[in-house]
Design a protein around this ligand. Sequence first.
Ligand code: NAG
Ligand code: NAG
Ligand code: NAG
Ligand code: NAG
Ligand code: NAG
Ligand code: NAG
Ligand code: NAG
Ligand code: NAG
Ligand code: NAG
Length: 649
Amino acid sequence: MELRGQEGESRPSPAIGNGLLLPFITFFLILITLPQTALAIFTSQQPDLLAPGPALNNRAPIDNSSLLECFQVSAPVASPATPSCQQTLMVHTFGSSYGVPFVGNYTPPDCDFNRVIFNFTVTSAGRQFDRLALMFLNDTEIFRTSTAEPTAKGIIWTYVKDMSSFLLLFKEPQKIIFDLGNNIDDTYTGSWYTTLTATFFAEEDSIDPADVIIPVSAHRSAENSSSAFVVPDSKAINTITLPQNVKKAVFSISACGQAAEEFWWSNVLSSDTNVFAGTTLYGYSPFRELQLLIDGVLAGVAWPFPVIFTGGVVPGFWRPIVGIDAFDLREDEIDISAFLPILCDGKEHTFEIRVAGISDNGNQNGTLTETVGSNWVVTGKVFIWLDSVGIITTGTVPTISTPSPSIGIQSSTETIGNGTVGSLDYSVKVSRSLSISSTVTTSAGSRSVTWKQDLAYSNKGLFTDSGNEQINQQFTSGNDASSSTYTKAFRYPLSVYSAYKVLQGGNFTIVGDMSRGKNVVKTGELAFPSELKTFDYSHSPTQYGSSFTGTSSFDWQNGTASYLGAPALKRSFGSGTTEEYYALSGIGHGAGGTDLYRRHVLAANDTLLLDEQRFGDQAPKKSSAGAQRSDTPTFAWKSAKTMLGHGPA
Ligand SMILES: *[C@@H]1O[C@H](CO)[C@@H](O)[C@H](O)[C@H]1NC(C)=O
Ligand SMILES: *[C@@H]1O[C@H](CO)[C@@H](O)[C@H](O)[C@H]1NC(C)=O
Ligand SMILES: *[C@@H]1O[C@H](CO)[C@@H](O)[C@H](O)[C@H]1NC(C)=O
Ligand SMILES: *[C@@H]1O[C@H](CO)[C@@H](O)[C@H](O)[C@H]1NC(C)=O
Ligand SMILES: *[C@@H]1O[C@H](CO)[C@@H](O)[C@H](O)[C@H]1NC(C)=O
Ligand SMILES: *[C@@H]1O[C@H](CO)[C@@H](O)[C@H](O)[C@H]1NC(C)=O
Ligand SMILES: *[C@@H]1O[C@H](CO)[C@@H](O)[C@H](O)[C@H]1NC(C)=O
Ligand SMILES: *[C@@H]1O[C@H](CO)[C@@H](O)[C@H](O)[C@H]1NC(C)=O
Ligand SMILES: *[C@@H]1O[C@H](CO)[C@@H](O)[C@H](O)[C@H]1NC(C)=O
């Protein structure tokens, strides 16, 4: 592969522009309209060198002189120039920690604050899988993350996140439960040395956090346990009584697939799981829908972003640049204000989160399911903004229009000479619109409230070489709109190719190719603050912010990687090249969009080769990491089935 943009070399702007747009155009332009801002991105690069990153803390018994820095590309988060109010919430080593979360006590700091940010810093050395972590304050999940895979010499990463939407939780004493299940043995030696600090500060342009947050969770903090539901083994349902003076309510869903559901976007139709001799594929189709049901009635849905963890498909893609959202598994939001006339009656109501896939009868006829494979890790929250004390919210019974989605499925197989199936070609198309509206009467009078979603999904899958080779091209897009000023338009393109080969003697290889994106245009806000409020403007030449009504974020990753598994040795080796473009811009008032931040990174074989950052319309800053590592990167050994969702276990 030709590598451009090596250290010290400047990259001409047309190449950067093409690099950004070409894959997008090739796969998706027919289907979508690009956010206008994307077209203006990555021009006039004039790189110069940045100083190397900050020194590392001595926090772990790891030789810190040679730690590889892993990172998730995201917009820098505002923090005070000189933090005066900080707390270390956790310093903890997760060794053999399955079912044994960190348990600590949180006491609010003695300072005024309306903002909270987290800094989660982790080091690890040795061999280890990617692991999922959930953090709770009492029974409420507030942060979900996953780990990078360590190297023998060690890795480090820091993820900084604005936590101000949970402000009210930070104003009271809480039990901290941080659940990062890990296993240590002779082969998998990597522990996670973690430090979590919170910085508290006050900003004038403040976020409007909820007054009450009610978790929909397994409520197990009293037993020092994670409060996650594991669906479908258990139902994700709680019975709740809301306050009666609610003026706005938002539901958030935190959910990700694990085990048979980790690569849900590459699953096949249920009728095709046994088409290839000697292997069982995962079913329920590659489509997933997260549903919110209030008193058994569909109140909104979320079509999940396809997160890929750092051991996923080919681990060589994801070090040091981790996959989009791997360090911050974000929540989807549904405005449930239209239900307030019912929810404010002082009585109990059920809130349930379901994960749906598609079942089919083998006859090109698919229907939405109420269950999927094992499993999804799920929690939810009701964010509530209160009206004056003594007021009771009333209004009309909501008009609910949630027709079944339109589902189109197709699949066909081809047999090879001796009569066995050699290839499977399938596709799934789903679209759905829903709308819920009512009149809500609060102390401010009556207003009409609506929640609308228009969603479209397609996935084309092709298995060849008797199931050893697979490609999936998925595209999820949608428009969510609330009668508040909130709108969200999203596009999640994904294309993943993998080919798996068994070598003589039992070793196997996987080669892969991926490109994916997460592009979101938002105005207004529901439970989580707009990036306009959390963005770090301190590097920007001019103060933007207030003149915008929303943001457009563009995130694109692509790369190639390969993997050699040596089961007999319980070892594995890999290589890979990954490139990522990220851009955040402010939109609104008729303007096409104004750059706030851009970053372009390129890494190969555990080495960051190019790192260009640019704030506002400043000249880009380029920093390049040290010399190429000479050793072959190693990863925790995984079976093909674990990495791909197919192949032998
Ligand atoms: C690295 O670790 C050593 C000993 O473990 C410590 O003395 C040193 O201060 C650390 N360096 C940094 C930059 O944290
Ligand atoms: C995050 O915390 C670590 C120590 O745990 C520190 O070394 C690092 O500078 C902090 N990073 C940011 C961006 O605050
Ligand atoms: C959290 O749970 C503890 C008991 O474990 C309780 O004392 C505390 O009041 C709870 N905090 C909140 C804000 O409910
Ligand atoms: C929960 O953890 C705390 C602190 O480690 C401990 O004091 C308490 O006994 C534990 N409670 C239960 C139910 O295990
Ligand atoms: C599709 O399947 C559903 C349920 O399995 C059934 O009710 C429906 O009649 C089927 N439609 C066709 C066209 O076969
Ligand atoms: C059919 O051919 C394929 C590919 O050569 C081979 O893997 C498979 O074992 C054969 N099946 C039978 C039943 O001979
Ligand atoms: C498997 O690959 C490893 C690493 O290259 C090699 O050392 C080993 O000899 C291979 N095993 C076989 C049976 O070829
Ligand atoms: C990413 O895609 C662009 C455009 O197709 C291509 O030029 C670039 O080489 C790719 N990067 C990697 C690491 O594969
Ligand atoms: C990464 O390693 C692989 C396998 O060792 C090698 O073929 C490839 O050229 C390396 N890539 C770079 C950019 O050095």
